[in-house]
Ligand binder design. Sequence first.
Ligand SMILES: [Zn+2]
Length: 238
Amino acid sequence: MKTLVQASTLNALMLGNFDETVNVKDFLHHANTGIGTYTGLDGEAIFEDGVAYKATADGKVVTMKPEDGIAFGTVAQFDESVPEIEFKDIKDLEALKKALEPLVKDNKNVFYMIKACGNFKTMHVRSCFPSEKPYPTLSEVARNQREFHHSHTWGSVIAVFCPAYVNGINLPGWHFHYLSGDKTQGGHILGLSADKISVKINKIERFDLTLPRNPEFAKRDLCEDLSAKTEAVEGSKK
Ligand SMILES: [Zn+2]
């Protein structure tokens, strides 16, 4: 059975808990693929083939070291041996979600991870600048992000689907990140289009959550319903 390994909760991140929850080495101990963000909310994390990449707000992609810290993220050991499904004429991110719907509709109470490879006609991504302590909330940081519009870029979309009942712990529905094949472009996806992409999907029925150990985490009220703010910041709608 596949396991979704998660570091921290989304509400903790929303409220500014940007300290390290786990380092890259431990996070990828039993996992090779996923998404997240680093200590200080420094850039967008993309984990591919067991390597941790950071798409920074100044438009670069760098490879992270084993001792670098992850504030929040979700990873799994992605099974590449599953059949490839071809999607055609993906006009926007909503069209991609619609194309994915038949693959998840029979059971939306489990997690899924996809890897979608292809040549993207357009790829609209964002990344956040790192924050210093005392950390602001994620909504405040989101005003200080950079957006990039790439065109004709080849690479991988890595996305995680979470069930609605994990609201507050993670983002219900799909959360998409991008990394180009040459590892020079990437980020949190706000929009995309492609004539043809190949999709692999893994169903995940086990969940492993590591909670932060910084003292601020212990004091936070993590029960507040932040779903509207979360969708505004972490969702794909803008
Ligand atoms: Zn993201």
